[in-house]
Ligand binder design. Sequence first.
Ligand SMILES: [Zn+2]
Length: 43
Amino acid sequence: MKAKFASSCVACGEKISQGKEIAKNEQGKWVHKHCAPESEELL
Ligand SMILES: [Zn+2]
């Protein structure tokens, strides 16, 4: 999904800009889509 607001990625520590593709990691934290261990959106 796309970020509705800016936050920061717990995986790489960088900012997640509004509108970026994001995903939740196994701990339920928001990360960049490419930082997520597994992407459900690929299915
Ligand atoms: Zn990241």
